[in-house]
Write a new protein. Structure first.
Ligand code: NAD
Ligand code: TYD
Length: 337
């Protein structure tokens, strides 16, 4: 592939993916389309800004004219769609931007790709479209969609559109669904970067409910390698699940983060539970292992320790992204706790 276009490349996973693509495919140009919302930070890619194979175009994926003009200008062979509103709690406060970007944005991108003739489209989706598990069992690609939050509902709607476009138009799309990511450059509103940055600042860690909810954690680079494998070797029309095979309750993870930051458990504050809070996510990724030759490589203990070290070393990055718009959101979500 000569040119790959990604959307949302200034966000957490997108920026890790762009960097990995530039390193792993030395003959390939990467075009990054990003609207630079509160979560999109060009600083995440400051180290590649001068790379001659990196092209940035600021704009909104819901803007058909803009999207089509960038596709015509750069002529990518493939598009990977990361652009999204990605935080469940924000979707509970206001679902409008989620429907706009996650649903309409995906439709606009696919229409523009069909018009211009892009050969491959990869939709980056989430295991949250499957809803919640009880104490046992795993999500497979055959698990029925049963989204429980406005965020996951918007992602499931986009997945359904992708399916419809593949079925109706033979649109060459692949969908990937991954569990909870962690790693460097994650916006400090999600559990791990929020708790690490709060702990380092001796602020309380707001655990929802009793902290018994379970998530399956995967290092962001393992997710990015999976997307790359699905992009190049996946079959159009297929869905591939990725997970870290690393389940943990929120409270166990919180205590581990306090150990890694050398902070006392007295920083833990139990706060009102998230409405509709999914109990447990856990992924069966045997299809990706079998069909894509992929598997998660980063051991959780190593990846988490490195991530905590990254946040320790990058307190200025955290301070800068925590300023402005984010502070208003924090006040609304946690009421100053
Ligand atoms: P993020 O919130 O860190 O980044 C989203 C990026 O999209 C930002 O750079 C933002 O500026 C950009 N964006 C938002 N609206 C846009 C628009 N209308 N037009 C153009 N750009 C826009 O998100 P993330 O955590 O990196 O997630 C990336 C993708 O991966 C999302 O689709 C998300 O649903 C999916 N995903 C995330 C996780 C996770 O654990 N974070 C797990 C599975 C799947
Ligand atoms: P989050 O990182 O928001 O990811 P998701 O909701 O997409 O899984 O949350 C991970 C888990 O941590 C989830 O069970 C909610 C919980 N949580 C808290 O207990 N406190 C918090 O302040 C946040 C942001 C999340």
């Amino acid at each position: 592939m000569k040119t790959l276009l990604v959307t949302g490349g200034c966000g957490f996973i997108g920026s890790n993916f762009v960097r990995l693509q530039l390193e792993a495919h030395p003959d390939q140009t990467v075009v990054n389309v990003d609207a630079l919302t509160y979560a999109g930070n060009p600083e995440n890619l400051a180290d590649v800004a001068d790379n001659g194979r990196y092209v940035f175009r600021k704009g909104d994926v819901t803007d058909r004219e803009f999207v089509e003009s960038v596709l015509k200008e750069t002529r990518p062979e493939a598009v990977v769609n990361f652009a999204a509103e990605s935080h469940v709690d924000r979707s509970i406060l206001d679902s409008g931007p989620f429907v706009r970007t996650n649903v309409v944005g995906t439709q606009v991108l696919m229409d523009a790709c069909r018009t211009v003739g892009v050969g491959r489209f990869l939709q980056v989706s989430t295991d949250e479209v499957y809803g919640s598990l009880g104490e046992t069992g795993l999500f497979t690609e055959e698990t029925p969609l049963a989204p429980n939050s406005p965020y996951s509902a918007s992602k499931a709607a986009a997945d359904c559109l992708v399916r419809g476009y593949h079925h109706t138009f033979d649109f060459p799309a692949v969908v990937t669904r991954c569990s909870n990511n962690y790693g460097p450059y994650q916006f400090p509103e999600k559990l791990i970067p929020l708790f690490v940055s709060n702990a380092l600042a001796d602020k309380s860690l707001p655990v929802y409910g009793e902290g018994t909810n379970v998530r399956d954690w995967i290092h962001v680079l393992d997710h990015c390698r999976g997307i790359d494998a699905a992009l190049r070797n996946g079959t159009p029309g297929e869905v591939y699940n990725f997970g870290g095979e690393c389940e943990m309750t929120n409270i166990a993870l919180t205590k581990l983060l306090l150990k890694l930051t050398d902070k006392p458990e007295s920083l833990i504050t139990y706060v009102t539970d998230r409405p509709g809070h999914d109990l447990r996510y856990a992924i069966d990724c045997s299809k990706a292992k079998r069909d894509l030759g992929w598997e998660p490589e980063v051991p959780f203990e190593t990846g988490l320790a490195e991530t905590v070290a990254w946040y320790r070393e990058n307190t200025e990055w955290v301070d800068r992204v925590k300023s402005g718009e984010y502070l208003k959101y924090y006040e609304e979500q946690y009421g100053g706790r």
